[in-house]
Design a protein around this ligand. Structure first.
Ligand SMILES: [Ca+2]
Ligand SMILES: [Ca+2]
Ligand SMILES: [Ca+2]
Length: 298
């Protein structure tokens, strides 16, 4: 048998599997990127009320930590950034360090998935236990599994916007359902971390990804082009960059982009350096590719 024939025999079942599997993960963050989820494309928005703590990388892991019930610290993609496919898959790899909840229906870490207006559920990761809810504040299906001795991979699948399956290290482990609650709000949303005031804790994450992102590629369409007229960059862009850097002008950020439109060197803020670089491109024939950073790879 020729090698080509062998490749074909291997490739056909793989192709079939890929089709059956549906849309690939199209929002992926890994700790191996060396970036927190707020600094990748497509980006995650951070909500954080913890006074002294912030998500940070320690070696090759992301550490998220809250120390009081009322603190929240979570990452979210929501609204126009999310488009829920027929089979929504959310996969993450994490290790719980410590923490607790105010009662048996709460645990330190949750992944919340809102698949339609007022419809969702959440997977809770507690000390050696994982569970879904059957209604707000009501514990649903649960399983006793290791969560804190080692890293484990958790995968949530929501089929048809109704049924929920949870896989623990690829083994089917929990079954539940999407339920209705006004508390979910109207926007489709994927959120992970300490999402409420009935839990706190510390966890380490290596991976978080899902296949419900609405926008494929071109995550920063108006970056370095703050007036978004397709010209990167001209006098208007220079004026707007000066406005943000020096005159308290409005900072504009595209929904999928980790960097504000006027932060052309990806420093995390807009200042005189961004003004100078924008002038170089607008008036001195400098090339964006060599003058600016790449907001998705920097
Ligand atoms: Ca909390
Ligand atoms: Ca422009
Ligand atoms: Ca900058």
């Amino acid at each position: 048998m020729s090698r080509h024939t062998l490749n074909l025999i291997v490739a056909i079942p793989l192709l079939t599997a890929a089709v059956a599997y549906g849309r690939d993960y199209n929002s992926t963050w890994t700790a191996a990127s060396g970036r927190v989820p707020g600094n990748v494309c497509p980006t995650w928005l951070l909500a954080n009320t913890a006074a002294l703590e912030t998500p940070h990388l320690e070696g090759d892991t992301l550490v998220m930590s809250t120390s009081t019930y009322t603190d929240i610290m979570y990452y979210e993609q929501s609204g126009t950034a999310i488009s829920i496919p027929d089979t929504l898959r959310i996969e993450f790899r994490m290790k719980l360090v410590a923490g607790g909840g105010t009662g048996p229906a709460y645990a330190p870490f949750a992944t919340v998935f809102i698949v339609a207006a007022n419809k969702g559920n959440r997977l809770w990761i507690g000390p050696d236990e994982i569970f879904l809810w059957s209604a707000d504040g009501v514990k649903g299906a649960s399983a006793s599994v290791d969560t804190d001795n080692d890293f484990h991979t958790y995968r949530i699948e929501v089929v048809g916007g109704t049924s929920v399956s949870v896989y623990y290290d690829d083994a089917p482990t929990l079954s539940g359902a999407i339920y209705t609650s006004a508390a979910f709000g109207l926007d489709p949303t994927i959120r992970f971390g300490d999402c409420g005031d009935s839990e706190f804790g510390t966890e380490k994450l290596l991976l978080f990804r899902h296949n419900g992102y609405a926008i494929d590629g071109n995550y920063c369409p108006c970056w370095a082009d703050p007036n978004c007229d397709g010209i990167r960059s001209n006098l208007v862009d220079v004026a707007m960059t000066i406005g943000v850097a020096l005159r308290g002008g409005l900072s504009l950020v595209d929904v999928s982009c980790p960097t504000e439109r006027t932060d052309v060197n990806c420093s995390g803020f807009t200042d005189i350096i961004d003004v100078v670089k924008t002038i170089e491109v607008a008036f001195r024939a400098a090339k964006p590719a060599t003058t600016y950073c790449n907001p998705c790879v920097y």
